[in-house]
Design a protein around this ligand. Structure first.
Ligand code: HEC
Length: 413
C-alpha cells in the first residue's frame, strides 16, 4: 500500500526534500499549546512532521476533522494502526472550528442552481476543478494522488492514479484532449492521456522550482505555469517538452493564479505581493502595483474586454485592473474583510467568485455594469473552493477541497 511505502521515512525530512526551504521555515515557528488528553502524544510526534502544528489551530468541525485526517492518512502521516480514531477524537475536542464571518447573502436578479457531487475517494482534497470540451468535470485529487473525471450527465466517475506523492494541483485540457497538470510535490509537469491513463512527466529543470502550481494553455498551445514557493513562472513547449523558467523582479512574489487574455497575453497574480504581472514569449515580466500594500491577489480572471479581475484574499476585496492605464478599482466583498475571496471566473457577462472564509462558503456574482453583488450559499457548506473554471455552457465549475466534492453553478439564462 502506498501509505506504508513511505511510513518508514521521517516525514519532515521527506517533505523537506520535496518542498525545500518552505518546510524548515515553517517548523521553526512557535507551536501551539496542545491540551492534555488521549491522542495528544501522537499528534505531537506525528503532525509536526511535515508542517507546523499551527495548521491545526484554525480548527474544524467534526466532519472537517474526519476529512483532514483522511487526507493526512492518504498522504502517509505515520499514525500507528488503530490509533486514527483516538487522534481524530482528540483533534475534534482540542481544536473546534474557530468563529468565521457569517455569509452575507445578497438577493438579486439572477437565478442559479448549485449542484455538488461527492467524490469516490475520501480525503482526496480536490484542489482545482477543470471542465473538458466533452462536458466532463475533472479535478486534481491532491492528497490521493489521483486525477478524476466525472460525467455529470450519468454521474459516472473515473479516477486516474498519478505517481505517489505527486500531489497534483492545477490541471488543464489541451486541443487534443490530453490533460496537463502540475506535479506539485515532485516538481514536474504531467500530461495524461485520458484514453489510456498513460502519463508523461516533464521535470522542471531547476531544483529550486518547488511548488509548481497553476497551469494554463495559451491560444497557440504553449503551456504556462506558476511555481509558487520557488518564485518562478514557467513555459513548456508541448512539441519538444522544453521548459523555460524565470523569476519575477519581486522577491517571494509567489506567482499564483494565471490566465490568458483575448490577444494571447498571459497574466498572473502574485500572492506574496500587492502585484499583478504579465509575461511575454521571451519570458519578460512586467509588474503592476496595486494601490493597497496589504493586497494579496490569489486568483485571476480576464473578462472579454481584457480587464484583469482578482480576488484579494488577504483584505476581502474583488479588484479590477485596467492593464492599459494601470488603473485599479476595488469592491469590498459582501461577507467582509475575513471573507477570504478565492476562486474567480469571468462568464455570462459577470464576475463569479467564492468567499472561502464565510460560513457557509458563498458564490458571489458581481455585475461590472451596475457594480452590484448577488450571492448564494454553497449547499453543504462548500469549504473550500480554491479555484474556479467555466464549462462549455459558460457555467462556473468548482472543486470543494474539504467537502471532497466537485460542483457546478448552473446559471439560468
Ligand atoms: C506526510 C506529511 C504530513 C504529515 C505527517 C501530516 N500532514 Fe497535514 N498536510 C500535509 C500536506 C501535504 C498538506 C496539504 C498541502 C499544504 O497545504 O501544505 C497538509 C495539510 C494539513 C491541514 C490543512 C488542510 C486543509 O486543506 O485545509 C491540516 C489541518 C493538517 N494538514 C493537519 C494534520 C494533522 C492533524 C496531522 C497529524 C495527524 C498531519 N497534518 C500530519 C502533509 C502532512
Amino acid at each position: 500500500m502506498r501509505t506504508r511505502a513511505i511510513a518508514g521515512i521521517c516525514p519532515s525530512l521527506f517533505l523537506a526534500a520535496l518542498l525545500g526551504s518552505a518546510v524548515p521555515a515553517l517548523s521553526q515557528q512557535g507551536q501551539p499549546d496542545l491540551p492534555p488528553g488521549p491522542g495528544r502524544d501522537i499528534v505531537l510526534s506525528v503532525c509536526a512532521g511535515c508542517h507546523d502544528l499551527n495548521r491545526l489551530t484554525a480548527g474544524y468541525t467534526p466532519e472537517g476533522w474526519l476529512t483532514v485526517t483522511n487526507m493526512m492518512r492518504n498522504f502517509g502521516a505515520p499514525v500507528p494502526d488503530g490509533e486514527w480514531d483516538t487522534v481524530r477524537a482528540y483533534l475534534i475536542r482540542a481544536f473546534p472550528e474557530k468563529p468565521r464571518p457569517p455569509a452575507v447573502l445578497i438577493p438579486g436578479p439572477v437565478d442559479v442552481r448549485i449542484i455538488e457531487w461527492p467524490l469516490p475517494t475520501p480525503g482526496s482534497r480536490p484542489h482545482d476543478p477543470m471542465s473538458a470540451r466533452d462536458g466532463s468535470i475533472w479535478w486534481s485529487g491532491q492528497l490521493a494522488n489521483k486525477l478524476g473525471r466525472l460525467d455529470p450527465t450519468t454521474g459516472k466517475f473515473r479516477e486516474y492514479p498519478v505517481n505517489p506523492m505527486s500531489a497534483p494541483h492545477g490541471l488543464v485540457e489541451d486541443g487534443d484532449g490530453a490533460v496537463w497538470f502540475t506535479g506539485n510535490f515532485r516538481g514536474f509537469i504531467g500530461k495524461l492521456d485520458p484514453k489510456t491513463g498513460e502519463i508523461r512527466e516533464f521535470n522542471l529543470p531547476d531544483p529550486k522550482a518547488r511548488d509548481p502550481h497553476t497551469i494554463v494553455i495559451d491560444h497557440k498551445g504553449t503551456v504556462w505555469f506558476s511555481v509558487q514557493n520557488g518564485n518562478f513562472v514557467g513555459r513548456l513547449d508541448p512539441k519538444t517538452g522544453a521548459i523555460k523558467l524565470t523569476t519575477p523582479p519581486t522577491p517571494n512574489a509567489r506567482p499564483y493564479g494565471l490566465a490568458v487574455n483575448s490577444k494571447n497575453v498571459v497574466y498572473f497574480v502574485e500572492f506574496g505581493a500587492p502585484r499583478v504581472a504579465t509575461i511575454d514569449d521571451d519570458m519578460r515580466i512586467q509588474e503592476f502595483q496595486l494601490p493597497n500594500a496589504g493586497a494579496r491577489p490569489r486568483r485571476i480572471a480576464i473578462s472579454p474586454d481584457d480587464a484583469i479581475w482578482y480576488t484579494d484574499f488577504a483584505r476581502g476585496y474583488l479588484g479590477r485592473l485596467d492593464p492599459k492605464t494601470g488603473e485599479v478599482k476595488e469592491w469590498a466583498s459582501p461577507s467582509g474583510p475575513k471573507s477570504l475571496p478565492y476562486g474567480v471566473a469571468a462568464t455570462k457577462g459577470a464576475i463569479w467568485y467564492n468567499e472561502s472564509g464565510a460560513k457557509p462558503n458563498t458564490i458571489v456574482r458581481f455585475d461590472p455594469a451596475s457594480e452590484k453583488f448577488q450571492s448564494w450559499a454553497i449547499p453543504g457548506g462548500g469549504d473550500i473552493v480554491r479555484n474556479m473554471t467555466v464549462d462549455r455552457d459558460g457555467n462556473p465549475v468548482l472543486a470543494n477541497s474539504l467537502e471532497n466534492e466537485v460542483g457546478r453553478v448552473e446559471v439560468k439564462d
